[in-house]
Design a binder for this molecule. Structure first.
Ligand code: GTP
Length: 354
């Protein structure tokens, strides 16, 4: 269970604060029920145990490792609140033969599990601990008399129902997150090559261009296209053609590994790579590596293709002053260079001058 945003932390602190307020409200209401002899003991439990425990949880929410230990902290809070209640039940009965006409254990569980978001595993563990505690208290201080079995039944059934509801909720949320992740992937990635699709490629390239402008570093665009791919498809079939597209993706992934490198399928058998902070020499070496990648793959081409083995042609452009450029204009220049590479006989690269 991760607390991802500052907003979520604020919401949790508000929920904890409301918890402290609820305890205070019950404190006032209980005062009308309790014999005056019990007031001091009761105040001691609420003001020196329960409310401070909740305040400690609020303070801990400012700890930088809080997100990591959140489930443990809230489970401890739940068990501590419940057991401090058991202590009051026990002392009130032991010392004054006073029995509360209601049972608050269930409310604590619902508050911690749903308002504070204790996950299922922790909820079920605390339910077991709380039920055991309830049995022990009723054994030591049979405050509820004949109602003990039914009270125990209500406490146990409610705590387990609460845990099961949390299980269903956690499961639905996890399914929803998985579906969401899948949809995000589908909207960003091309399913065949598993590279960025054209729209995501464009968005990310815009961001990289903004980064290059801000940090005054170079920006390069490489555009490549499989050679005589129609002939390849016609000769070997579309499925084999798809394999070649996957192979091109794997070659590019093997070369462009920096976190900032952007690789995308521009459309059909065309791919685009956008790089920041590279020099002309490095750009040429990268183009050379792509060509070498295909040479090493050694995949036989169709008999009527320009080359015996499958290859690609590359057009590239680099700007050291990205402040003047736009992604569309750079892609346009790289595209023209690509056509020059095709004209030169394919299986080669052409670096455009801006
Ligand atoms: N298998 C497969 N083929 C594709 C896919 N997308 C586009 N193509 C094929 O790619 C081929 C592109 O052909 P052309 O644009 O004529 O270019 P080319 O034959 O590569 O010729 P040059 O670009 O001049 O080397 C077409 O036959 C398309 O059907 C795809 O996802 N899978």
């Amino acid at each position: 269970m991760q607390v991802n945003t500052e907003k979520e932390l604020v919401r949790l602190r508000i929920a904890l604060f409301i918890g402290a307020l609820i305890v205070a409200c019950f404190m006032v209401a209980d005062f009308f029920l309790l014999p005056s002899a019990l007031h001091q003991l009761y105040l001691y439990d609420r003001l020196l145990i329960q409310i401070p425990i909740i305040l400690i949880a609020i303070v801990l929410s400012f700890w930088r490792h809080f997100s990591h230990y959140r489930a443990y902290i809230f489970t401890t809070l739940l068990v501590a609140l419940t057991y401090s209640n058991y202590w009051v039940i026990w002392v009130c009965w032991q010392e004054y033969q006073f029995a509360f006409p209601y049972e608050g254990t269930i409310l604590y569980a619902f508050y911690c599990v749903f308002a504070l978001g204790i996950p299922f595993r922790f909820a079920i563990t605390s339910a077991v601990i709380d039920v055991i505690g309830f049995i022990v208290v009723m054994w030591l201080a049979p405050a509820y008399g004949d109602r003990i079995p039914i009270s125990l039944g209500f406490v146990a059934a409610s705590l387990f129902t609460c845990s099961y509801a949390k299980y269903r909720l956690d499961r639905s949320l996890s399914l929803l997150k998985k579906t969401n992740d899948r949809l995000t992937k589908l909207s960003k990635f091309d399913p065949l090559s598993d590279l960025l699709n054209r729209r995501a490629l464009r968005n990310q390239s815009e961001n990289l261009l903004a980064y290059a402008k801000r940090h005054k570093v170079s920006l390069a665009v490489i555009m490549l296209d499989l050679d005589d791919f129609k002939a390849y498809n016609d000769h070997f079939g579309h499925q084999q053609g798809d394999e070649a597209i996957r192979q091109q993706s794997s070659i590019l992934r093997g070369i462009f590994k920096r976190e900032t490198d952007i690789i995308g399928r521009y459309g059909g058998e065309e791919f685009v790579v956008v790089l920041s902070d590279v020099n002309e020499e490095q750009l040429k070496q990268s183009c050379q590596k792509i060509l070498l990648g295909w040479e090493e793959t050694n995949l036989a081409h169709a008999p009527n293709a320009a080359h015996p083995f499958i290859s690609c042609s590359i057009g590239a452009v680099i700007t050291n002053t990205p402040g003047d450029a736009s992604i569309d204009s750079l892609i346009g220049v790289a595209d023209k260079a690509l056509y020059k590479a095709k004209d030169k006989g394919k299986a080669c690269y052409e670096l455009a001058a801006l």
